[in-house]
Design a protein around this ligand. Structure first.
Ligand SMILES: Cc1cc2nc3c(=O)[nH]c(=O)nc-3n(C[C@H](O)[C@H](O)[C@H](O)COP(=O)(O)OP(=O)(O)OC[C@H]3O[C@@H](n4cnc5c(N)ncnc54)[C@H](O)[C@@H]3O)c2cc1C
Length: 463
């Protein structure tokens, strides 16, 4: 029988960020990772070939090991902003972290190509050999959120045999130009497919884009982790608080968020009802706006040889059109559950849009605090957003968590040293004599408490 202190189910990015911090913050604890994949990184192993991080590399990955090259893109849609690692780079990075940090520590046992079957048991997918693990401390289940990507999910509509239909991953293997491309899915994956086609000289007229719901989007300008972008990054946080404080109603809040550059959208004539935290930059928005054949008739129900049936009607198609599946929802389990549960840890987001920072913080709290009650109080789950108004719930819990962390000197210090927390460092390093930066910080600080009170009011309206 194998023995460990922490048994980690899954070897994706969440597991990697959690284990990295546990290794740093504890001295002796032994860790055992079981994962179905052949190498760490989870869904990045099956990601589409042209996928990139949606956020700058500098605050993605594990805290101990830099992912970013510290450079800005000079070409492409992200030009002028900090680089977004490619999927291949993210995969190679996690492999390096496993080989050069985790395994040499002598504290990590890694079982790739194994399926965890519950009750401390797992089985090799190659040999069928079953292993039992005696867990001295906790089981950490990083599979709870059930990340889905087009390559591994089953679409919830039917497709006639003669219709060319591929997941986004297969786009790069096209050998014969189709008459047209039908991109199915209005989320970030659908946007990536459209941008990639346009970037590869496909005329916008040859793209039909099926968008069941429009989304509010985040502007990548507001996520740049350097002093040079202080105004757009920290200024964005100040603008969020101000928008909340000044809003007369929830619809008015969204108007203000848009006016203040916190949220953006593709089509000014369509009010979004969805919010998944997808991040884009202005160049991508312009490219997406060039597509005129946008179909807003609900979800696809079926694709026949000559038509696509949607919830609210149908559109013509042909077997000479290529249909591209971008309908997988990245996170399929939106139900929240306490992070710390009697012998189990279920990592979820404790800071908006930051699953890996969250996993790292949860590991720190696990290592440094004693009672489950206190740990859960410090790690309230920030719900993953789906509808537009989820933005309000996210900000509310995010602010409550940040407030709780700030009450502990040790956590404040830890945050400043954590690579995945670009924001705290940006604030701490702001030049005290720079009037512009100090004015932004003041706007932010002045509005924190009024914003928290107003958010409570909006939360009651939503309840
Ligand atoms: C295209 C895309 C781009 C993204 N970009 C960003 C970004 O820029 N920034 C950001 O913060 N987030 C981003 N995300 C969010 C992303 O989900 C997280 O960053 C992260 O990669 C999720 O990792 P995970 O470990 O939670 O899940 P997964 O990657 O799904 O890993 C879970 C692992 O558990 C394994 N597993 C499941 N069940 C079992 C079992 N029974 N036994 C053994 N193993 C099991 C799976 O095989 C998998 O390897 C992106 C997501 C997608 C889909």
């Amino acid at each position: 029988m194998l023995e460990t202190d922490y048994l980690i189910i899954g070897g994706g990015a969440t597991a990697m960020a959690f284990v990295d911090t546990l290794l740093t913050e504890t001295e002796q604890d032994q860790i055992l990772i079981v994962d179905r994949n052949h190498q760490p990184g989870g869904h990045w192993n099956q990601a589409y070939p042209f996928v990139r991080l949606h956020q700058p590399s500098s605050f993605y990955g594990v805290s101990s090991t830099e992912l970013s090259k510290g450079i800005k893109d000079q070409v492409g849609f992200n030009a002028g902003f900090f680089e977004l690692a490619s999927g291949a780079a993210v995969k190679a990075y996690f492999d390096d972290v496993m080989r050069h940090r985790f395994l040499p520590s002598g504290r990590v046992q890694y079982f790739p190509m194994c399926n965890y079957e519950g009750d401390g048991k797992f089985k090799s997918l190659l040999t069928g050999k079953e292993e039992h693990v005696k867990v001295n401390k906790k089981i950490v289940d990083t599979t709870y959120l059930q990340t889905r990507i087009p390559a591994t999910h089953t679409p919830n509509f039917t497709v006639a045999k003669e219709v060319p239909f591929i997941p986004i991953n297969e786009l790069v293997h096209i050998q014969e130009p189709p008459e047209g491309f039908v991109v199915i899915g209005g989320g970030k994956t659908g946007m990536d497919a459209c941008v990639w086609l346009l970037d590869n000289q496909v005329p916008a007229e040859r793209i039909t884009w099926i968008v069941p719901r429009d989304s509010w989007l985040l502007d990548r300008k507001t996520t740049q982790p350097s002093q040079e972008f202080f105004e757009s990054t920290v200024g964005n946080m100040a603008a969020q608080f101000e928008s909340v404080v000044q809003a007369a109603s929830i619809p008015d809040l969204f108007n203000r968020l848009e006016e203040n550059g916190v949220l953006t959208r593709i089509d000014q004539n369509v009010r979004p009802s969805m919010f998944h935290g997808a991040t884009v930059c202005e160049t991508e928005l312009e490219m997406l706006r060039s597509i005129e054949k946008v179909v807003r008739m609900g979800r696809v129900q079926s694709i026949a040889a000559d038509q696509i049936i949607l919830d609210q009607g149908s559109i013509p198609t042909t077997p000479h059109h290529l249909h591209i599946d971008c309908t997988a929802s990245a996170i399929s389990n939106l139900e929240i559950t306490p992070v710390f549960q009697d012998g189990r840890i279920i990592p979820q987001t404790v800071r908006s849009y930051q699953p890996l920072f969250s996993a790292s913080l949860i590991a720190y709290i696990e290592a440094k605090f004693d009672s489950e009650q206190e740990k859960n109080a410090l790690c309230q789950v920030v719900p993953l957003p789906n509808h537009d108004t989820d933005w309000i719930k996210m900000l509310t819990i995010f602010m409550m968590n940040q407030y709780s962390w700030n009450q502990h000197k040790s956590i404040r210090k830890w945050l400043l040293g954590n690579r995945l927390d670009g924001f705290s460092q940006l604030l701490a390093k702001a030049d005290r004599h720079d009037p512009v930066k100090q004015a932004i910080i003041k706007r932010m600080r002045d509005n924190i408490m009024p914003a928290m009170m107003k958010l409570q009011q909006f939360m009651q309206e939503l309840a």
